[in-house]
Ligand binder design. Structure first.
Ligand SMILES: [Zn+2]
Length: 208
């Protein structure tokens, strides 16, 4: 059994979506002063590798603490996409029957090396999102901070997925992962009534 970490490190100066909260840390106690280390953190719900819950864009959508944990644990297919857009044709070509979680590995995984947000990332199209709602997907993941084309005013892709209670796993790094079938574990914190949460996301290979 091999455990592959696909999470981004959480640290000051990390890439965030434009306008989102910047991660920061302040010591509350230090070993030198008080005998232990404790830290106060400031960060957004969409920091680093994180899950978007339907409440992110839908007023009556499920918040993160109400999504069944079965969305976040189970078989997942990593699909490699070299195109700029992930549309239904691209997905149809590769998605296996019965898969409930799909993660897209794109050239985005290389963009993390640049420590600033880049607007030219590969994204899921509306017709790609609709296709995923038709084949029983519970969770879709992408290797950048957003799954939606930058600058789209109405966030259609997010809404199409959320209306079918599909969660979005954003900010994974798949640069060191080969396409194929894995077991995914990506558990959000139990934030009551919130729109998302950072996760520690791992893929397990050779385990059924
Ligand atoms: Zn998000």
């Amino acid at each position: 059994m091999k455990i592959i970490d696909i999470s981004l490190p959480i640290e000051e100066g990390m890439v965030t979506y434009p306008g989102d909260a910047q991660f920061s840390k302040t010591p509350v106690c230090t070993i030198e002063r008080s005998g232990c280390n404790m830290t106060k953190l400031i960060f957004g719900t969409h920091t680093g590798t994180h899950i978007d819950a339907p409440f992110h864009f839908l007023k009556d959508g499920d918040p993160i603490n109400q999504i069944p944990l079965s969305h976040f644990i189970g078989q997942a297919q990593v699909i490699e996409v070299n195109e700029q857009e992930i549309n239904s044709i691209v997905i149809k070509k590769q998605l296996r029957d019965g898969v409930e979680r799909v993660l897209f590995k794109t050239r985005n995984s290389e963009l993390y090396k640049t420590k600033t947000f880049l607007k030219t990332y590969t994204y899921l199209t509306e017709d790609g999102a609709i296709f995923l709602t038709e084949v029983g997907i519970k969770l879709v993941g992408i290797d950048y901070i957003s799954i939606e084309k930058f600058g789209t005013p109405d966030f259609k892709v997010h809404k199409i997925l959320f209306q079918k209670n599909i969660c979005i796993l954003e900010g994974i790094n798949l640069s060191h992962v080969a396409p194929g079938i894995y077991t995914l574990i990506a558990l959000p914190l139990r934030f009551k009534g919130l729109d998302g949460s950072p996760v520690r996301a791992v893929l397990i290979s050779g385990y059924r």
